[in-house]
Design a binder for this molecule. Structure first.
Ligand code: NAD
Length: 266
């Protein structure tokens, strides 16, 4: 009961592969009350409504790039809970360049703007909405999910790499303001490649996944273990962690070369 009495909003549960889906299940099992949200199109696909029923959680449609939707979401959630919230998970990513097979040297700039807006600026909008509505309790915790392509080059990750770099920067900068004025922490988790709808959209994802699995001495971190890590960051045991990008990757980010890869090369 790590999250007993805590209330949170979870963005991004699309289907039972989604990292946000696992976080929602685990948060509820640890005693939290949650509100689920996703883009209107994701709600029409239906699976998130089943999760809502299963977890006894309201499901509220909100396009995370739309400030009016976000304001309505936070107001409805605080009304539902009868008070402020304690945690938020931003688990949102999408690139039309990746989806439509545009390479990094041939980006469509309209798509690029959308990538940044959906995958990074939306996090600023979530933070700014929560800030202006003063919707988060002291010692609350706001998290977004990132990937190591923010620091190192993974060519096929394409314009999502730029989005993740911006996302992590927003967490640091807004994290300062939230810590300083409201005692709320803001962090990103940099997760291993994970078999989800967003993940498997990346070109050559299976090879990418296998490579990371071999490079990481603990192997790739699963969505379930990512959910466990998210819960620790929502809990009261991590109150002094803020403005961080935390690698949750089985050791991948500290490796230079792994003997486990040699047979494949030889
Ligand atoms: N899967 C991986 O390999 C991996 C690795 C590291 C980080 N991440 C990150 O984890 C997060 C969750 O992705 P996932 O892997 O669970 O995939 P997913 O496809 O299950 O989740 C992505 C979610 O983003 C939502 N979304 C897209 N546009 C939106 C909008 N305008 N408004 C609101 N929601 C919108 C989708 O509906 C979906 O629920 C993303 O930030 C992703 O970049 C994933």
């Amino acid at each position: 009961m790590l999250l007993q009495g805590k209330k949170g909003i979870i963005f991004g549960a699309l289907n039972d592969q989604s990292i946000a889906w696992k976080v929602a299940e685990r948060a509820k099992a640890e005693g939290a009350e949650i509100v689920l949200t996703n883009a209107p199109v994701a709600l029409r696909m239906g699976a998130i409504k089943e999760l809502g029923t299963q977890l006894d959680a309201p499901v509220i449609a909100a396009d995370a790039t739309n400030e009016e939707h976000l304001e309505k979401l936070f107001n409805t959630a605080t009304e539902h809970f009868g008070g402020k919230i304690d945690f938020v998970l931003h688990s949102i990513g999408m690139s039309l360049n990746v989806r439509k097979g545009r390479t990094y040297t041939d980006l469509d700039y309209g798509f690029f703007q959308k990538t940044l807006d959906i995958s990074a600026v939306s996090f600023h909008k979530v933070l700014q909405t929560a800030w202006k509505l003063d919707a988060v309790n002291e010692w609350g915790s706001i998290l977004a999910l990132s990937y190591i392509a923010a620091q190192r080059t993974f060519p096929d990750y394409n314009d999502m790499a730029d989005a993740k770099a911006l996302l992590e920067s927003i967490a640091r900068t807004f994290g300062y303001h939230f810590a300083n004025e409201k005692k709320v922490r803001v962090n990103t988790i940099s997760q291993s490649p994970t078999m989800t709808t967003a993940g498997s959209g990346v070109k050559g994802f299976q090879e990418f996944f296998d490579y990371a699995d071999k490079m990481s001495p603990l192997g790739n971190a699963s969505a379930e273990s990512c959910a466990d890590f998210c819960l620790t960051l929502f809990s009261d045991h991590t109150r002094m962690i803020t403005m961080q990008n935390l690698y949750h990757d089985g050791g991948f980010s500290s490796m230079g070369m792994s003997p486990a890869l040699l047979p494949a090369i030889e």
